[in-house]
Design a protein around this ligand. Structure first.
Ligand code: ATP
Ligand code: MG
Length: 405
């Protein structure tokens, strides 16, 4: 009897040791599972979920109980059904790696998960279920998108900067020859009118048959008639080139007015008045502006940018029966954003990446130089701000000028 009792006590002690070892193992497994940042799901061969880890709870905002004993498909959104069905291939010991599924979250949103699946075996080596390990890729994808956007911006500003250097160089080189073409044309105009007068006098004084014949032979009358319009046209062209060169040189650094405190609201009103008064297009103008907005900046440059944007908007609305212009100004995060929105046709997708380039224009020859936006972009950068363009659904184009407050 005593021996039986001693045996029993011995068994009891062994059982307690085994039990505490089991508890330790359990705690260990649980701590590993909850320390995992990857999502873990274990299910049986029918796809009924048996265990999930804390990472899945965190990702979905649902408690573990919401998953246990549910079918695997219920974890993922409906459009993933086909891919979820693929998972059971692991039961036939086929590899299932790197499939991407969308997990349903508590707030009805979904989030992407890159999954690898492996079969789970019992102690006899029989397949008794599967284990899914998933890495949330939403955050990664957002970071990637942001990186891509930043890279595009960098490429864009680098492109604009090197275009700026190129244009400044060309403008500098053009400045000399164009100014002597310009100067010489003025002298030629004076000479032309003097020669015309001289020939008229010669004819009056010595006009005879032979002189007349000579003049006809060399078509002198026609040449004299053409001389003035030809010279005037050339002068006009030279004048226009000279203006363009001046514009380019002005933008590329040189003349800088000092910064002053301006009321942006008043500057916006003034720019609109300026352009609209001189235009045949008379749009309905809506303003969403603060009563007053004080800003330390260079007034002339801000005015020039706004005038360019408003002029473009009016040009774009030429065909509209009811042209409408919206000027909006908002302050946020130490910046203010002025947007000019029109109800024109907007900007074609293939043009959007190019509109800020020098000499990009869709206007007929003689009507646009394609410098307005290029210069405005450069001025905005110089002011420590930015200029961007986008299309607005159900309206036309929207240009946003950002300035530091
Ligand atoms: N509000 C707008 N809506 C649609 N297209 C626009 C708008 N603003 C600009 N664009 C497009 O961008 C092009 C470039 O504009 P940008 O102001 O640089 O030159 P431009 O107006 O053609 O000539 P200019 O040098 O006389 O300003 C325009 O020709 C036009 O095709
Ligand atoms: Mg323009």
């Amino acid at each position: 009897m005593e021996a039986v009792y001693a045996d029993l006590v011995q068994h009891q002690v062994e059982l307690e040791i085994k039990n505490s070892e089991l508890e330790e193992t359990h705690k260990f497994v649980n701590s590993v599972l909850s320390a995992m940042t990857d999502v873990l799901l274990a299910c049986d061969t029918n796809g009924t979920i048996e265990q999930v880890n804390a990472a899945l709870e965190q990702l979905t905002g649902k408690p573990a109980d919401a998953f246990l004993l549910e079918p695997l498909a219920s974890v993922f959104s409906a459009e993933c059904a086909e891919k979820v069905a693929q998972i059971s291939q692991v039961l036939r010991r086929e590899l299932v790696i790197d499939i991407e599924l969308n997990v349903r979250c508590a707030d009805n949103s979904t989030t992407p998960l890159a999954l690898n699946c492996s079969p789970r075996y019992d102690h006899d080596g029989r397949v008794v279920g599967m284990v899914l390990i998933g890495r949330p890729v939403g955050e990664l994808r957002r970071a990637y998108d942001q990186l891509k956007q930043t890279q595009q911006q960098l490429v864009h500003s680098e492109k604009m900067a090197s275009l700026g250097r190129l244009v400044a160089g060309v403008a500098h080189e053009l400045n000399n020859p164009i100014s002597f073409v310009f100067g010489n044309m003025h002298v030629l105009k004076r000479y032309g009118s003097r020669i015309t007068q001289y020939l008229q006098k010669v004819e009056e004084m010595h006009g005879g048959e032979s002189l007349r014949a000579l003049q006809d032979e060399y078509r002198i009358d026609r040449i004299l008639g053409d001389m003035e319009p030809l010279i005037d046209g050339t002068l006009e062209g030279a004048e226009r080139i000279s203006e363009i060169v001046q514009d380019l040189r002005r933008y590329s650094g040189g003349q800088r007015e000092p910064a002053e405190t301006i009321d942006l609201t008043a500057t916006i009103h003034k720019a609109v008045e300026w352009v609209v008064r001189a235009s045949r297009i008379q749009p309905e103008v809506d303003y969403v502006l603060p009563e007053e907005l004080e800003l330390e900046t260079r007034k002339g440059q801000v005015h020039q940018i706004l005038v360019n944007l408003i002029q473009n908007a009016l040009d774009a609305m030429g065909e509209r029966e009811q042209p409408r212009l919206l000027l909006r100004c908002e302050q946020r995060e130490g910046k203010c954003q002025v947007s000019v929105t029109d109800n024109g046709p907007g900007i074609a997708d293939h043009d959007l990446p190019h509109i800020f380039e020098p000499f990009f224009t869709n206007k007929p020859v003689g009507q646009g130089t394609g410098l307005g936006l290029y210069i405005s972009y450069g001025l905005a950068q110089e002011l420590g701000g930015d200029l961007t363009a986008r299309n607005v659904p159900e309206a036309g184009a929207c240009f946003t000028l950002t300035l530091p407050l």
